[in-house]
Design a binder for this molecule. Structure first.
Ligand SMILES: [Fe+2]
Ligand SMILES: [Fe+2]
Length: 367
């Protein structure tokens, strides 16, 4: 052992020169994460009027939609990119007769139609997915997709992608198709989506990924309304997850889509979780309180709740329900065993409704 008059700072800089770092440097940083992570980004809202104005302007500035796509991503004011650190949400506009050219990427995406209708479609791996207002269409990672607006009107939809997640994993592949459109499947019997319902061909191998899925609003809305009499979640009201029909699991391997009904006068309890969420207001008005920030929202606004932020929802209206569409990264956090919430069991913990006959029999036994 030799005596040294070297200071720790000098030693740290010497280590840096040979590409090493002492654990003690991390120990100093650990003080900042005791009690959990700092939220990435801040709560923020993008108002429909502003979005619409900029989308319309973008039609002049960017004449051809082609691969660049007329998409405006909502950038969290406290982040360099994305709406949350894992999720990017934005809106896209196609002029009548336009096509957003075919391409594919390993970033998974989904579209929630806002202004759609007969003639607006996303083609995913050769399968035509119509986009009526509030339909949800999945473009799972590495599926070819192009969008076509054959309606007489401007079309608008919400785009949500797991951009930040895939970028941070450095796993991005991108490929243009090389033509405006991809070929479409000629026979509906060959649609993979035709295998995603409650029946499936017995002669084929099972497959559960990279399947184009469409959730028509005309099917989803009645399911949501039918649940209105249920107690629901104290933290989210009547929130339903769009289940992946192939797996029964979350909507996509990394992202989960929810449709959420806040009944008139409903006020939820405060909670927080390690997942982050982006929201779009389908209808109604209300407020969300995120940590110290209160945000009022109305129809077609979009807002973000960062990870590990206390939040609650309020629908002040005495007459009208509100409906929110949202996307979160819960499947990613759960797959990595990193999903935590406070208070615990605020998600997926309530028992199923009891079978009526069993209830009667139990009473007789106990008397
Ligand atoms: Fe794309
Ligand atoms: Fe929540």
């Amino acid at each position: 052992m030799t005596e040294t008059s070297k200071s720790l700072e000098e030693f740290d800089s010497e280590l840096a020169k040979v590409h090493m770092r002492g654990q003690w440097q991390y120990d100093r940083m650990l003080g900042t994460v005791i009690g959990g992570p700092k939220p990435a980004g801040v709560p923020a809202i993008w108002r429909w009027n502003n979005i619409l104005e900029k989308l319309v302007e973008s039609c002049d500035v960017l004449e051809e939609s082609f691969t660049a796509r007329r998409n405006l991503t909502f950038i969290n004011p406290a982040l360099e990119r994305g709406t949350t650190h894992t999720i990017a949400m934005g809106m896209q506009m196609l002029k009548p007769g336009e096509i957003a050219w075919a391409h594919r990427h390993t970033i998974a995406a989904l579209r929630f139609a806002i202004q759609g209708g007969d003639g607006l479609s996303t083609v995913v791996d050769g399968e035509i997915c119509p986009m009526e207002a509030y339909d949800l269409v999945l473009t799972p990672r590495w599926t070819w997709h192009d969008h076509e607006n054959a309606t007489g009107d401007h079309a608008i939809w919400l785009d949500v992608l797991d951009l930040g997640l895939v970028m941070s994993l450095n796993a991005i592949f991108y490929e243009p198709f090389g033509d405006e459109r991809q070929p479409k499947r000629a026979d509906p019997a060959d649609y993979l989506a035709a295998r995603a319902g409650s029946v499936r061909p017995v002669w084929e191998r099972r497959r559960d990924s990279h399947v184009p899925i469409r959730y028509p609003w005309r099917d989803i809305e009645p399911r949501l309304v039918a649940m209105a009499g249920s107690e629901g979640s104290s933290y989210d009201g009547i929130a339903l997850e769009y289940a992946n029909p192939m797996t029964g699991g979350p909507t996509l391997p990394t992202l989960s889509c929810w449709i959420q009904l806040l009944r008139s006068g409903e006020e939820t309890l405060v909670h927080r979780h390690t997942s982050s969420s982006v929201y779009f207001v389908v209808r109604g008005t209300g407020r969300v309180v995120v940590d110290e920030t209160e945000i009022e929202w109305t129809k077609h606004d979009a807002f973000v709740i960062p990870n590990w932020s206390w939040h609650r929802f309020i629908n002040d209206s005495k007459e009208h329900d509100a409906i929110l569409f949202s996307v979160n990264d819960i499947p990613t956090l759960k797959a990595l065993d990193l999903y935590f919430e406070e208070p615990e069991l605020s998600l997926a913990s309530a028992p199923w409704p009891a079978v009526p006959g069993n209830l009667t029999r139990d009473r007789r036994r106990s008397s």
